[in-house]
Design a protein around this ligand. Structure first.
Ligand SMILES: Cc1ncc(COP(=O)(O)O)c(C=O)c1O
Length: 404
């Protein structure tokens, strides 16, 4: 099939209709810019949903792929490999964790985390310690276990009987959480900043309270840092800014900067519960993916890049506040680092997707987080000129909606 025959119409012909992609088809990216089939250029504030932390085709990532592509592509976990061991060492040196399990996606890393906490509880306390508590509006992936632990029933309903012993509590409400806790509680899974649920930061006192409840009831704390991890909030992992250390942490998205890889991190105390044969993945720890992960982590985990994230957050906040002074569309600008949310005010409630589509028309790619929140998750090293230009285009989109 020639390239010219590849059109958006082909999507509807050959793809399962789980997605409703934009009309244009991007074909090329460099840094924070993307070009479509027609050669039209876009500023990318979406970053592949908080994935492309170093933008598109970063030379260090391209070099890592090319170098590994000439050496070794895949082995399966019947053998280990050098990039996986080096990346695991990097991750354990940079975090609280002693042990790493590699997977391919956020959902898979969370699936591993959930299986680990259940297994640990069964082994150490007995079958009845099975309750997993998570939070309303939380998002943990689309496997049946993770989507059920997630706090939006619209994603988990309609597929038959769900995995059991899962309870949901309101986010940032310690009293409600405490009321659910008992000796039956096996673990709490939470995002330190809810992403898909609308860019809601955990109150540090709440996070500390969750940790204390877990300790009191011999329950484990799992932080899902699939979206917040690898520099997104201006810390390498958001837990570092909260001052609360989990027992298990999951990381994906930005870890590969655009190459599929995920990891579940945990401690020497818990890891033995996933002994040989209890869990696994054909591709998890694939040398290609881990070689890219090494390059990404080495570049992101530097004081310059992490401080740069906080500086860029300020550029976004200042510009979005200015746009709001002019057009009065937002109730609040929130989030941390380059996980910025602009919550629409009552007048524009439910219209986030209209803003997103208008922005694409003007040449800025961005995201929503639910029907009321616009989400900005650009490259962590996006140049100032691209931030300014992308937000100028976004303002034109806002003006069009406001005057329509
Ligand atoms: C916090 C969080 N957890 C898990 C996931 C699922 O990750 P994946 O789509 O890679 O399975 C996402 C994806 O948006 C997420 O934001």
């Amino acid at each position: 099939m020639s390239e010219s025959n590849v059109s958006r119409a082909l999507f509807d012909e050959v793809m399962v209709p789980t997605y409703a992609p934009a009309k244009m088809i991007p074909v090329k990216g460099a840094g924070s810019r993307v070009w479509d089939q027609e050669g039209r250029e876009y500023i990318d504030f979406a970053g592949g949903i908080a994935v492309n932390c170093l933008g598109h085709c970063h030379p260090a990532m391209v070099d890592a792929v090319k170098a590994q592509a000439d050496k070794l592509w895949h082995l399966s976990n019947v053998f280990t490999n050098e990039p996986a061991l080096r990346l695991a060492k990097q991750l354990t040196e940079a975090t609280f964790a002693d042990k790493v399990f590699f997977a391919n996606s956020g959902a898979e890393a969370n699936e591993a985390a959930l299986k680990l906490v259940r297994r640990y509880a069964v082994e150490n306390f007995g079958e009845e310690k099975d309750q997993i508590i998570s939070f309303k509006q939380g998002f943990h992936g689309r496997t049946f276990f993770t989507v059920t632990v997630g706090g939006q029933t619209t994603y988990s309903d309609g597929f038959g009987p769900k995995p059991g012993a899962i309870e949901h509590s309101p986010y940032n409400d310690l009293a409600a959480l405490e009321a659910l806790f008992s000796d039956r509680t096996c673990a709490v899974m939470m995002e330190p900043l809810q992403g898909e649920g609308g860019i809601i930061s955990a109150d540090p006192e709440f996070a500390k309270g969750v940790r204390a409840l877990c300790d009191k009831f011999n329950a484990l704390l799992v932080f899902d840092e699939v979206q917040t991890g690898v520099g997104r909030t201006g810390e390498l992992y958001a837990y570092m800014g909260l001052g609360v250390t989990p027992d298990v942490l999951t990381t994906a998205k930005a870890l590969g900067g655009g190459f599929p890889i995920a990891a579940m991190l945990t401690t020497d105390k818990l890891a033995p519960s996933l002994k040989v044969g209890t869990h696994g993945s054909t591709y998890g720890g694939n040398p290609m993916a881990c070689a890219v992960g090494e390059a990404v982590l080495s570049l992101v985990n530097t004081p310059e890049v992490l401080a740069g994230v906080k500086q860029r957050e300020q550029w976004f906040r200042d510009a979005l506040n200015q746009i709001n002074e002019k057009h009065q569309v937002f109730a609040e600008i929130r989030g941390q680092g380059l996980l910025v949310g602009a919550a629409l005010n009552e007048k524009y409630a439910g219209r986030a997707r209209d803003f997103l589509m208008a922005a694409v028309e003007e040449g800025t790619m961005m995201l929503v987080a639910g029907p009321n929140v616009l989400r900005f998750t650009p490259s962590l090293i996006i140049p100032e000129a691209d931030v300014k230009e992308g937000l100028a285009r976004f303002e034109r989109a806002v003006a069009k909606i406001v005057t329509a």
